[in-house]
Design a protein. Structure first.
Length: 499
C-alpha cells in the first residue's frame, strides 16, 4: 500500500527501530527514526508533516509519555502510538491522557504493527477532514460577521482577533495605509509594545512596507533561512511570521464615482506573529490569513463607501437646518454651537467617544423640524400667540418624523431631536418625560440648547449677560435642567471654555 504518510519511530534500541523501518518501508510509508526524545523533538522542529509518532515508553532521560506531551504542543494533529513491554493500567491511562491513540506490546507481531498504523492513518485522515470542515465553517462565520460590521474600528479589531485565533498566534497588528498611500500606521494590535503601536512605516520599508509595496503575501517559516527578508526585517525577534496585504478590488466606474476617497490599491497589511507553542507558521496558515484578509478588504471598502454615502446624505439634511437658520440672523449658527457645546460637556462628563459622536450628529440636526414652521412665526418680534406657540412646540416631533426614515440615524440620534425640549420636572414637550426617563445624552443637549438660546440675541430680546445665564442655570437646576449637566456648564463658563 503506497502512501505519503510520514512516521517517526522513537526507541533507544536500534534493533527495534530497524525492524519497524523494514516493516513500514515495505508498506510504502516514509519513516524517520530517533534514538531518544531529544532527537525526536529536533526532527519534529524541522518542517515536515509527521502523521504518526511511534514511541517506546521506557527511554533514558525523557520517557515516551513525556515525549508525547512535548510533541503535541507543536504538533497537536500527530497520532501517537505507544510501544511497551511493561503495559499496566497506570501507563495506559497516562498515555491516553497525553493523547496516545493506541499501543502495541513487545514483542509485537508484524500484523499488529500494520493494523495499528493503518488505523492511525485512517484516524488522521478523518481528523483532517473534520478539521477542514470546521475550518470552512469557521471562515464562513467570519465572513458573515465581517460583512455585518459597519464601524471601521470594530471591523479591524474583529478581523485581527479572528486571524490570530484561526492560526493560533499570540501577537499581531493591522496596519492601514495613510490616505496618500505613502506609509502604514498601526490601526489595531494585540500584544505589541507601546512603541510598536505608534509605528509609522513608509511603504517599501521593513516587512509590512515590502508587502504593501509589492501587494504580495509573505510567509516566513524561519527568518534564519531567508537572508533577503532578514535584511529588511528590522531585526525582528520572531523567526516565523505572516504578513498579508488587504487589497482593494477594482471598482466599476459608477462605484468609483460614489467614493469620496481615492483609496490606494493596498488598504493595509495584516501581520501575525509568534505562533503558540513555538511552532512555525506554514502554508495552511498563510491560506487562512489570506482568506481573512480578502474578506476584510472587501468589507472595509463597503464600510468606507457606506460612510461616504451616509456623510453625503447627512450633509444634505444638515443643509436644510443651515438654510433655515440663514433666514434668521438671530439663530444663524445655533445648531453648530449646540453641537460643539454638547460635545464639550459630554467629554468633560466622562462620556464615551461613541456617545460624544452621537451628540455631535444629533445636536447638529436637532432643529430640522422647524422646516414645518412658517417664517413669520419663527421670526416674529413679539410673543407668539397660543396657536403659534402650539405650532412651535411641534417642531421636535416634526424633526423626529422627518429623520426617522434615514437609516443611518439610530434611535439615540432621533431621541436627541425629539426630546431636546424635555425637562427633568416633567413640564417639557412633546412627551413630558421626567427625571431618569430622559436619557443622559438628551439631558446634555437640553442644557446646551437653552444655554445658546440665552447667550444669543433673539428677535424678542437681547442676549443675556454671562452672569444672568449663570444664575438661570443655577436657578433652574433640578427643574428644567439636569443638576450635573447644569453644574458642568457653569464650570465651563467659569473656566472660559465656552463664552
Amino acid at each position: 500500500m503506497a502512501t505519503d504518510s510520514k512516521i517517526l519511530v522513537v526507541d533507544d534500541e536500534i534493533v527495534i527501530r530497524t525492524l519497524l523501518v523494514d516493516i513500514l518501508d515495505e508498506e510504502g510509508y516514509d519513516v524517520e527514526t530517533a534514538g531518544n526524545a531529544r532527537e525526536a523533538l529536533a526532527l519534529l522542529d524541522d518542517p515536515g508533516d509527521f502523521v504518526i509518532l511511534f514511541t517506546d515508553i521506557m527511554m533514558p532521560e525523557v520517557n515516551g509519555i513525556e515525549l508525547i506531551r512535548e510533541a503535541r504542543k507543536t504538533h497537536p494533529e500527530i497520532i501517537p502510538i505507544i510501544m511497551t513491554g511493561f503495559a499496566t493500567l497506570e501507563t495506559a491511562r497516562a498515555a491516553v491522557k497525553e493523547g496516545a491513540y493506541d499501543y502495541v506490546l513487545k514483542p509485537f507481531s508484524i500484523s499488529e504493527i500494520k493494523l495499528a498504523v493503518t488505523n492511525a492513518v485512517e484516524r488522521h485522515a478523518l481528523l483532517n477532514e473534520n478539521a477542514r470542515l470546521r475550518e470552512i465553517t469557521e471562515l464562513f462565520h467570519i465572513s458573515e460577521a465581517v460583512a455585518a460590521i459597519r464601524n471601521e474600528r470594530d471591523l479591524l479589531d474583529f478581523v485581527l482577533r479572528a486571524a490570530l485565533e484561526r492560526v493560533r498566534a499570540k501577537r499581531g497588528s493591522l496596519m492601514m495605509t495613510t490616505p496618500d498611500g505613502q506609509a502604514l500606521q498601526v490601526a489595531v494590535s494585540v500584544g505589541l509594545p507601546e512603541e510598536g503601536r505608534k509605528a509609522v512605516v513608509p511603504v517599501g520599508t521593513g516587512i509590512s512596507g515590502w508587502v504593501a509595496e509589492h501587494a504580495q503575501p509573505l510567509l516566513v517559516e524561519n527568518i534564519e533561512d531567508n537572508a533577503r527578508m532578514a535584511a529588511i526585517s528590522r531585526k525582528l525577534e520572531d523567526r516565523s511570521f505572516i504578513s498579508v496585504p488587504l487589497e482593494r478590488k477594482e471598482l466599476s466606474g459608477k462605484q468609483h464615482m460614489l467614493s469620496a476617497v481615492d483609496m490606494p490599491r493596498v488598504l493595509g497589511v495584516l501581520n501575525v506573529n509568534e505562533k503558540k507553542g513555538g511552532a512555525h507558521f506554514n502554508e495552511g496558515d498563510l491560506k487562512i490569513i489570506s482568506i481573512v484578509a480578502n474578506h476584510a478588504a472587501a468589507a472595509l471598502e463597503n464600510v468606507r463607501l457606506i460612510q461616504d454615502v451616509e456623510a453625503a446624505h447627512l450633509s444634505t439634511i444638515r443643509s436644510i437646518t443651515l438654510l433655515l437658520e440663514a433666514k434668521d440672523p438671530y439663530t444663524r449658527g445655533h445648531s453648530e454651537r449646540v453641537r460643539d457645546y454638547s460635545a464639550l460637556a459630554a467629554q468633560r462628563l466622562g462620556m464615551s467617544e461613541h456617545e460624544v459622536e452621537v451628540l455631535r450628529v444629533g445636536a447638529a440636526l436637532h432643529d430640522v423640524g422647524k422646516v414645518g414652521i412658517k417664517d413669520e412665526i419663527l421670526n416674529k418680534v413679539g410673543s407668539p400667540t397660543s396657536e403659534e406657540w402650539d405650532m412651535i412646540k411641534r417642531h421636535p416631533l416634526v424633526g423626529y418624523e422627518v429623520l426617522r426614515p434615514v437609516h443611518m440615524l439610530t434611535e439615540e440620534h432621533l431621541q436627541l431631536v425629539r426630546w431636546h425640549h424635555e425637562r427633568v420636572d416633567g413640564k417639557g414637550y412633546p412627551d413630558g418625560l421626567k427625571g431618569d426617563e430622559i436619557p443622559p445624552l438628551t439631558r446634555v443637549i437640553v442644557v446646551a440648547d437653552a444655554y445658546d438660546a440665552m447667550a444669543s440675541n433673539r428677535a424678542y430680546r437681547p442676549a443675556l449677560s454671562p452672569s444672568a445665564i449663570r444664575e438661570q442655570l443655577i436657578e433652574f437646576s433640578g427643574t428644567q435642567f439636569d443638576p450635573e449637566v447644569a453644574r458642568m456648564f457653569v464650570d465651563l463658563m467659569d473656566s472660559g471654555a465656552i463664552p
